[in-house]
Design a protein around this ligand. Structure first.
Ligand code: NAP
Ligand code: SF4
Length: 682
């Protein structure tokens, strides 16, 4: 038998009273399906698919142990035996697939987005408008009992264990750190008092659930907030948690209010595994590491480097439920890799929408978006191999249709070919690798470098034609731009990112949407991506060794920008307002630190050989020359649907998807979802 390429990752983990089939823990990810039992059949299908995919231990999204611990009003909680019974189908389905599942107990404390929130002290968090009530000693006792009751109920519901959420700045974490714990009773003040709560919870929980039930404790090893835990405190807590009866210690990195990215795509892969490694050898129970591990090779390396005994992956298992089985079967090139964009998972959670996945729109929608064999094999043409066309063509082929995919350029990927060139967006290459492989496996006939015309398509008598022809950049029609374009002073973002046109030392970027921000990052970094250089990235964001600086909070050291960049928009609104909730602040911070000058409320008056002339406001006041060697146009897009009318005129079945359908909302999430849904229906 061939040896596994991932021997450590796929090795069983013996917990004494039971064995996990491998070292992959599916980390907790709130999907929104936890919040209403009427969605539990969806949660069941979602977890069963991941258990079938081979994961060792699944951890659910967070369930509150009482209403005070709610994330938001009426979010998921487990407080009664009747509620526990409703979880039974979930645990039974996971067990039927040979998997194991633990329920995460999440008490949000002062992060609770509701008026019942409680905390060690009456201190509002920067991420919730509600000021929590400070608990009395009796109130704390009630919270401890709620945690213990929740674990016992989880056992009754058939779970193999629980994860006690002790990190990320939630309730328990709030007790540990002086920043949020100002108490002077036996639950505050000295470190021994501040760490009393988690130890009490775990030891009483162990007593209640017996010895053969998994208790994972998620321990904040790097708080990344002021007055965070010192390393000695982290080690002492880990030892106390082990003594209290935990089975596994999982790693938590960064509070939610921390202003250092911890899971975004610009965070290097496995950037925090060294933190867990520091704790290895200090305790006897298995340690699990986490954050930006999205590839079996990286996971294997983390284990080989002695950073941990297990690896937690949450989003990578949304992206591909078969991650583990594919790795085990030597089919890692077929893994649909999480690109850490957050766009359909965490951003959805913040918008109170069901979490899904940009690269896998079936995540969370397993019961509804079903890709079944087609009743009749059709001949289908897909025009355009951007994200929408790729998702559609490969899903159609998976269903058994005969699919031809036409792409005018020499490579597949569309807008992703630009995204992958942005420093910190290298992961987008993985999606293209995945689709390249999927085209091969599913037998899509790919035609590159040849533009399909209405005539050539009509001549082939397809049953259906899908137009995923994408977009063309919008020309903002600035006076003088055409002459300066001829002189090479004015270029579009496509010319800069795709065609290798170079920019000068002083650059004005017209348009501050997602692409304007990306272009600025490209320009200021001059080819050096700290996402590929962990040491440089940690310096850039000021992540320090927690043994040196409390909570790992150091001073950012930002390399000077490669050039002077001005970012412009006509509206007076704050910059980057339309960027995603969980990542927009990262882009804004990065550009500010690179001294990108942001100018809003401008009118573009004209371009000449000196640069870009602008004025401000409705009165066209304060005429200003922005001296620029290059002006990059990032003014949005127009849909390219030129083939639609002539094909329809010939009576053909034409479908528009992606940017060709709605350019105003050009985004990969919608494109891939629309392509997949159309393919599932045709
Ligand atoms: P966009 O978000 O629509 O932004 C276009 C920008 O151009 C706006 O700032 C707009 O601002 C300006 N503009 C529009 N019409 C103009 C005109 N006639 N003259 C001058 N300026 C004009 O488009 P995008 O930046 O090309 O991004 C497209 C999509 O890609 C986004 O919707 C997003 O989904 C996706 N994307 C996202 C990210 C990210 O989140 N990091 C990155 C890349 C792409 P004013 O009207 O105020 O000037
Ligand atoms: Fe990963 Fe993006 Fe999918 Fe979330 S939406 S799981 S970050 S690829």
């Amino acid at each position: 038998m061939a040896t596994s390429p991932y021997p450590r990752l796929l090795a069983p983990l013996d917990l004494g009273f039971r064995k996990l089939r491998n070292r992959v823990l599916m980390g907790s990810m709130h999907t929104g399906l936890e919040d209403d039992p009427k969605h539990f059949h969806r949660l069941t299908a979602y977890f069963a698919e991941r258990a079938r995919g081979g994961v060792g231990l699944i951890v659910t999204g967070g369930f509150a142990p009482n209403v005070e611990g709610w994330a938001a009003p009426f979010s998921g909680r487990l407080t009664t035996r009747a509620a526990a019974r409703r979880h039974r189908p979930i645990t039974e389905a996971v067990h039927a697939e040979g998997g194991a599942i633990a329920l995460q107990i999440l008490h949000t404390g002062r992060y609770g987005y509701h008026p019942l929130a409680v905390a060690p002290s009456r201190l509002k968090s920067p991420i919730s408008p509600f000021t929590p009530r400070a608990l009395t000693a009796r109130g704390i006792e009630r919270q401890v009992r709620a945690f213990v009751r929740c674990a016992a109920l989880a056992r009754e519901a058939g779970y193999d264990g629980v994860e006690v959420m002790g990190s990320e700045g939630y309730f328990i974490n709030q007790f540990l750190v002086a920043h949020t714990n100002r108490r002077s009773d036996e639950w505050g003040g000295s470190w021994a008092n501040r760490m009393r709560l988690p130890v009490e919870i775990v030891s009483r929980m162990r007593e209640a659930v017996g010895h053969d039930f998994i208790i994972v404790y998620r321990l904040s090893m790097l708080d990344l907030v002021p007055d965070g835990s010192s390393w000695e405190e982290v080690v002492e807590l880990a030892k106390a948690i082990e003594r209290a009866g935990a089975t596994i210690i999982n790693t938590g990195i960064g509070w939610h209010e921390a202003r250092i990215p911890t899971i975004a795509t610009s965070v290097p892969r496995a950037a925090f595994a060294w933190v867990t490694k520091k704790l290895m050898g200090e305790v006897g129970i298995p340690l699990c590491t986490t954050n930006r591990i999205n590839d079996p090779g990286v996971a294997e390396q983390v284990l080989a480097d002695g950073c941990a005994d297990m690896v937690s992956m949450a989003r990578p298992l949304l992206a591909d439920p078969e991650f583990v089985n594919k790795a085990a079967a030597g089919r890692a090139s077929e893994i649909n890799t999480c690109i850490a964009c957050n766009q359909a998972c965490l951003d959805h959670v913040f918008e109170r929408k069901v979490a899904s996945c940009l690269v896998n729109p079936r995540a969370g929608f397993e019961t509804e978006l079903v890709v079944a064999p087609a009743a009749r094999r059709k001949r289908i043409a897909v025009v355009g191999a951007g994200p929408a066309g790729l998702a559609c063509a490969t899903t159609l082929a998976e269903r058994g249709h005969e699919v031809e995919l036409f792409e005018g350029s020499l490579e597949i990927g569309g807008q992703f070919n630009m995204a992958k060139r942005i420093p910190g967006k290298e992961e987008f290459q993985e999606t293209l690798r995945y689709f390249r492989r999927r085209i091969e496996i599913k037998g899509v006939a790919l035609s590159l470098g040849r533009r399909a015309t209405a005539e050539s398509l009509a001549a082939r008598a397809y049953d259906e034609i899908v137009l995923a022809t994408g977009v063309t950049p919008r020309d903002p029609l600035i006076p003088g731009a055409d002459e300066q374009r001829a002189a090479g002073r004015v270029i579009s973002y496509v010319e800069l990112l795709l065609h290798g046109r170079r920019a000068g030392r002083r650059v004005a970027v017209v348009g501050a949407g997602g692409i304007g921000f990306d272009v600025c990052e490209f320009l200021v970094s001059e080819g050096h991506s700290t996402a590929l250089d962990t040491a440089a990235w940690l310096r850039e964001w000021g992540v320090a060794d927690p043994a040196v600086a409390r909570g790992g909070l150091g001073r950012p050291e930002v390399e000077p920008p490669g050039r002077q960049v001005y970012l412009l928009q006509r509206k007076a609104a704050p910059f980057g307002k339309g960027l995603a909730k969980t990542t927009g602040w990262i882009h804004r911070t990065a550009l500010r630190r690179k001294r990108v000058e942001m100018m809003g409320g401008v009118n573009y008056e004209r371009v000449d050989e000196r640069g870009l002339h602008v004025s401000f406001g409705e009165g066209r006041e304060s005429p200003t020359l922005i001296e620029a060697d290059t002006i990059v146009l990032c003014a949005g897009q127009e849909p390219d649907r030129s083939l639609a009318a002539p094909l329809r005129a010939k009576g053909l079945n034409v479908h528009l998807i992606g940017g060709a359908d709605v350019a105003a909302e050009l985004d990969a999430k919608r494109a891939i979802e629309q392509g997949t849904r159309l393919a599932a229906a045709l």
